[in-house]
Design a protein around this ligand. Structure first.
Ligand code: CMP
Length: 146
């Protein structure tokens, strides 16, 4: 069965590596079912990352994500959540370079904060965040929707 995940190309990576990252996504067999390039407001970024609000890096993270345009995408593929996480590699690029040298973060991240891409951690988060960022129309045909 097809699954959806939410993928984000973060501001610095969008400026520096847009084409390479999009090429990876296409070669990985993902369908980009929705796409939007936008500068997140502070409120949007805070809501988007609410699961991290108690972390010491939260305010840095929100500021970074609002610094310039992000590319937001709903990616569709079988096992999309896990496949996209594998393609991204670990959060910390230092670790990514060790364990997944071909991954996007190993290749394109600047540091653990500016780590080039984001992906949902599970299908529940994926549909929640797609709904939040794209609105009602994003859940059309979403089998997890009741
Ligand atoms: P992401 O996968 O989008 O989810 C949360 C983000 O917080 C993460 O990528 C990084 O951008 C950022 N992050 C995670 N850990 C740290 C850290 N230790 N210091 C700074 N930023 C971090």
């Amino acid at each position: 069965p097809q699954e959806q995940t939410l993928a984000v190309i973060k501001p610095n990576a969008l400026v520096e590596h847009r084409e390479e990252i999009l090429e990876h996504i296409q070669k990985g067999g993902f369908t980009i079912s929705r796409v939007k390039e936008t500068i997140l407001s502070r409120e949007m970024a805070e809501e988007f990352y609410k699961e991290h609000r108690d972390k010491p890096f939260f305010s840095q993270l929100v500021e970074f994500m609002c610094r310039g345009p992000c590319m937001l995408m709903a990616l569709t593929k079988e096992n999309a959540v896990e496949e996209w996480r594998a393609m991204m590699g670990p959060t910390d690029p230092a670790e990514a370079k060790e364990v997944a040298p071909e991954s996007l973060r190993a290749r394109f991240a600047t540091d653990i904060l500016q780590n080039s891409v984001h992906g949902s951690s599970n299908p529940q988060h994926a549909s929640e965040k797609i709904h939040f960022l794209f609105g009602d129309i994003a859940s059309e045909g979403d089998v997890t929707n009741d």
